[in-house]
Design a protein. Structure first.
Length: 249
């Protein structure tokens, strides 16, 4: 099989119908095996606000009570996931909406960074790669909502979408993780850097050549390499096929 590309798109971008339509067209034109992971973003926060539930983040991760988990799951596995799948189907992509609960595709343990209790927030520990390969062999595009199955308790867990994408890219041999952003790539001295290794990236962050909102994007790309992805790339829809900045270990 050709190299698999795992595409990660934030939930906030998917609020925009024009962006979703452009993403669907880019996916349809890509012509190689893809796995898509999406987040939830503002729609989760709005649903929690409507339910009168508190919104709290620790180290960038949403604290998730059982009540919040029920709402989060409805939003990302239902509303958002099916909106993405429908858009892809309209351009001829054989998209299949999934979460880690389906077939036990993603199993996890509770995520407790520095001992912090985040509630029903998980860290992926196992990926059912044979099932994903079987879907890709059928010409299907798996579209993952960031929910995983607790390996020990059988409960559903909220997993950061970047971490889901990293786990999938690490589990699928030779995969590249593609982060779709609102920028064409990492700009250094006003130009997109086509390739960066870990040392050059760390140096660019230290010198503030990479700064602001690009820093967490770059750190997510480096985390993907550390997790086992063959490469990672940051670009926008215009650079979907080959553009942007590629990171290598």
């Amino acid at each position: 099989m050709e190299r698999i590309t795992v595409v990660k798109v934030g939930g906030n971008e998917l609020d925009d119908p024009a962006f979703l339509a452009g993403l669907s067209r880019a996916v349809a034109a890509f012509g190689q095996p893809l796995v898509l992971v999406h987040g939830g973003g503002r729609e989760i926060t709005a649903a929690l606000d409507a339910a009168g539930l508190p919104v709290q983040f620790i180290e960038g991760l949403r604290v998730t009570s059982p009540e919040a988990m029920a709402i989060m799951q409805q939003v990302v596995c239902g509303t958002i996931n099916k909106r993405v799948v429908t858009s892809l189907l309209q351009v001829g992509v054989r998209a299949l909406g999934l979460s880690g609960l389906d077939l036990g595709l993603l199993r996890c343990e509770p995520h407790r960074p520095a001992g912090a209790d985040l509630g029903r927030v998980g860290l992926v520990t196992a990926v059912e790669t044979p099932a994903i390969h079987a879907m890709l062999a059928q010409g299907w595009l798996p579209v993952f909502a960031p929910v995983a199955l607790g390996a020990a308790d059988g409960l559903s867990y909220n997993v950061n979408a970047d971490m889901v994408a990293q786990a999938l890219a690490a589990a699928l041999p030779g995969a590249e993780l593609l982060f779709i952003s609102n920028v064409p790539g990492v700009l250094i001295d006003g130009e997109v850097a086509p390739d960066l290794d870990v040392a050059a990236t760390d140096a660019a962050i230290a010198s503030t050549a990479i700064h602001g909102g690009m820093v967490p994007k770059v750190r997510a790309a480096l985390a993907a390499l550390e997790a086992g992805a063959a490469s990672a790339r940051i670009t926008n829809l215009a650079g979907f096929a080959t553009g942007g900045t590629r990171f290598r270990g």
